[in-house]
Ligand binder design. Structure first.
Ligand code: NDP
Length: 435
């Protein structure tokens, strides 16, 4: 704690993982002897840098850039780039730490990393976003590479930003490699990457409902927070599975549509116009908008899919969901539920799919994009989607079985931590300690 003072999100993430690992370490003293715990919580490398660029008024702007290369035991560092004013060293560090276990769970060879900047793309012109991305990549390019570290998108980093960054990397290095994922389809992107996290979340949830409750999405009422990439495609797949999604949100407030969200309208507002979710009510009759995003958890639902940001679902929100009879919660965002909320769900026997397992579909498909880039080949949408579906089922079963093996049946938080940890820990042990 002393060494990471003030890094509250990072300490929260580490605490959760270490607690789950207690029974594992009792059975595996070899990992304790190899100093795995002390080593795994310390990033291999952490880079912080100035990003200066010129805005449309000719004024110089300065942001701070980050890249954390947390663990490369099982593959090149891999993890997204977050562009949001709330980004700081602690946020990047917790995301990078979580990414180690998530990437391990995908069964693909990817280490853990994360990065980003406190730059806010909201309200900026395309020219400003381009100049920022180019300045950001000018420094980042020194530290990444197709076999070293392969960043991807995250909050605020979509296809537009990845395109600008990829172009700058190629210009600087004079090489066309799969150094970023989430690329456009015309220059090395993978089909189904855009849909992957949201679809993957629903594949995981469907498997969890089927195996643990002999149930499914069919006929269920669902609340999805956020209205970004993950939220949109989670809503699409849940609807395809026969559920009715009745609410979505952004950081200002939430919409409620008792007839089921019309996703074409949401896509037009968020993906095309880059507008606010409240606009939905001007276009769809019977829908209502409420200021304040936390109120969304007061809506009665069977399944809750938090897909916005960290710590958006706290103990109070969990109480409301429980009082309204929620049967399953699965995390699309990274660490959206507070520890208090998770404890309440587990205590009530509510199915709970933790982020590092439930939202691993995005990075898994990034791994599939890397594989296609290496082979200089691309698979069809159906091929990628089928691989994603199978990976998500495997992640569920590996997490479920690990929890059972270590005496915590039904606790997927523990199961995901254990399954993700063991593979990385063994790889670290066999690769030896560098003094
Ligand atoms: P986007 O930027 O596309 O969307 C984020 C959404 O969350 C927006 O609707 C945003 O609203 C909303 N939001 C942001 N902050 C808050 C807040 N404090 N309260 C309520 N809503 C908020 O990001 P993604 O959909 O890509 O990512 C969402 C989450 O999923 C993140 O935690 C991310 O790390 C995680 N994730 C994403 C993956 C991916 O493939 N995209 C992969 C794995 C995890 P507004 O427009 O107002 O900012």
């Amino acid at each position: 704690c002393e060494r990471n003072k003030g890094e509250s999100e990072f300490l929260q993430a580490v605490r959760e993982v270490l607690e789950s690992l207690e029974p594992v370490l009792e059975k595996r003293p070899d990992l304790v002897e190899a100093g795995i715990l002390e080593r795994i919580v310390e990033p291999e490398r952490q880079i912080m840098f100035r990003v200066s660029w010129v805005d449309d008024n000719g004024k110089v702007q300065v942001n701070r850039g980050y890249r954390i290369q947390f663990n490369s035991a099982i593959g090149p560092y891999k993890g997204g780039l977050r562009l949001h004013p709330s980004v700081n060293a602690s946020v990047i560090k917790f995301l990078g730490f979580e990414q180690i276990f998530k990437n391990s769970l995908t069964t693909l060879p990817m280490g853990g990393g994360k990065g980003g900047s406190d730059f806010d793309p909201k309200g900026k012109s395309d020219g400003e976003v381009m100049r920022f991305c180019q300045a950001f990549m000018t420094e980042l390019a020194k530290h990444i590479g197709a076999d070293t570290d392969v960043p991807a998108g995250d909050i605020g980093t979509g296809a537009r930003e990845i395109g600008f960054m990829f172009g700058q990397y190629k210009r600087l290095r004079n090489e066309f490699t799969g150094v970023l994922t989430g690329k456009g389809l015309s220059y090395g992107g993978s089909l189904a990457r855009t849909e992957a996290t949201g679809y993957g979340l629903c594949y995981f949830t469907e498997e969890m409902l089927g195996c643990m409750k002999n149930d499914s999405f069919k006929g269920k009422t669902v609340v999805v927070s956020g209205s970004g990439n993950v939220a949109i495609y989670a809503t699409q797949k849940a609807t395809e599975f026969g559920a009715k999604v009745v609410a979505m949100s952004d950081s200002n407030g939430y919409i409620y549509d008792p007839n089921g969200i019309n996703l074409d309208v949401v896509k037009q507002i968020k993906e095309v116009e880059r507008g606010r979710i409240k606009e939905y009510c001007n276009r769809v009759q019977g829908a209502t908008y409420t200021e304040g995003c936390k109120g969304i958890w007061g809506i009665k639902c069977d399944i809750a899919l938090p897909c916005a940001t960290q710590n958006e679902l706290d103990g109070e929100a969990a109480d409301k969901l429980i009082a309204n009879g929620v049967m399953a919660v699965a995390e699309g965002a990274n660490m959206p539920s507070t520890p208090e909320a998770i404890e309440k769900f587990l205590a009530k026997g509510i199915l709970f799919g933790p982020a590092k397992a439930a939202n691993a579909g995005g990075v898994a498909t990034s791994g599939l994009e890397m594989a296609q880039n290496s082979a200089r080949y691309s698979w069809t949408f159906e091929e990628v989607d089928a691989k994603l579906h199978s990976i998500m089922k495997t992640i569920f079963h590996n997490s479920f079985n690990a929890a059972k093996e270590y005496g915590m049946e039904g606790n997927l938080v523990a199961g995901a931590n254990i399954a993700g940890f063991l593979k990385v820990a063994d790889a670290m042990k066999w690769q030896g300690v560098a003094y």
